[in-house]
Design a protein around this ligand. Structure first.
Ligand code: SF4
Length: 291
């Protein structure tokens, strides 16, 4: 599950699994864990650069193993935490301009080049993150799963999410539309919209969940009143079924645009959508602008 608003290179030194980013959403250092060497995903979001890359390199990716070296993950994570906590990270050119209040380690986040819950080792990786968090005595560090919401009722995902949320964990789950047609236009998936809603009903009753929603101009069209009304109705329907969300994160495409047909909304538009969605759902909204 890509960090959709980031413009962060997902590589650090020679590391291939673990990479630090200064994250606006985390308001600090987020250490990304990329468990998707084959870039596998059940979505093909219109705004996703990874999807474009995956489509272009499908033959090469098919030859790769979907598993990662868990020993390597451990080594890379320990080295990255050490660099962040010691402050050495900020001696590097890329991180030198980090503002002082963001020079804190906030989380380990499943993110990267595909949907992390599809990774065959997802539950094992959760265990490694938990054990490193304990070994290094980092109780303030959150464990975050950024997911496209397609597998949330599958047995392996449930096991991984139960373990993750037992240890200061949080799920950031995608909902990019309020109707089958709106969802398909944005996420271009074979997974039925009803499955996404059912998964979110389930997850939001069981775990701490933040919703993540992309708002953009698609082919020149910004979300209209009907789009927003349907989206809010879908969220209310989940809440009415007993779900709760900590907040709704609203973001728009960051530079450079992932796809020619997608362009960002400006800050004023984002603020107006956030106010309307907060009013219609009675949930707090967090806005992440394009710059
Ligand atoms: S969920 Fe969408 S944005 Fe995330 S990796 Fe899959 S296609 Fe890309």
């Amino acid at each position: 599950m890509e960090y959709p608003t980031r413009n962060h290179p997902s590589s650090f030194h020679q590391q291939t699994i673990v990479y630090p980013v200064i994250s606006r959403r985390s308001r600090g250092i987020s250490i990304g864990i990329n468990v998707s060497p084959t870039k596998r995903c059940t979505f093909g979001c219109v705004y996703c650069q990874i999807h474009v890359d995956r489509t272009k390199n499908a033959k090469e990716l098919a030859l790769l193993s979907p598993t990662i070296d868990l020993g390597q993950l451990r080594r890379e994570l320990l080295a990255t935490v050490d660099s962040a906590v010691s402050g050495r990270l900020f001696e590097e050119k890329r991180f030198g301009a980090t503002r002082s209040d963001y020079r804190r380690l906030n989380d380990f986040a499943f993110s990267g080049d595909g949907e992390p819950t599809l990774a065959p080792q997802f539950p094992e990786v959760v265990d490694i993150l938990r054990s490193i968090r304990r070994e290094l005595a980092l109780p303030q560090v959150k464990l975050i799963l950024i997911t496209n919401s397609t597998t949330l009722r599958e047995e392996r995902t449930i096991a991984g999410c139960d373990a993750l949320t037992a240890e200061n964990g949080e799920i950031w789950a995608k909902l990019d539309g309020g109707t089958e047609a709106d969802y398909r236009e944005m996420n271009r998936s074979e997974v039925p919209f009803s499955t996404i809603l059912e998964n979110l009903r389930f997850a939001s009753r069981r775990w701490p969940v933040k919703l993540q929603t992309m708002l953009l101009r698609l082919g020149g069209r910004a979300p209209d009143n009907r789009w927003i009304d349907c989206y809010c109705a879908a969220v209310r329907e989940i809440l009415g079924a007993g779900g709760t969300f900590r907040s709704i994160q609203l973001y728009t495409v960051a530079r450079p645009p992932a796809h020619g047909c997608c362009t960002p909304l400006d800050d004023g538009e984002m603020d107006a959508y956030a106010a309307k969605i907060a009013e219609e759902t009675s949930l707090p909204t967090e806005v992440f602008y394009s710059k």
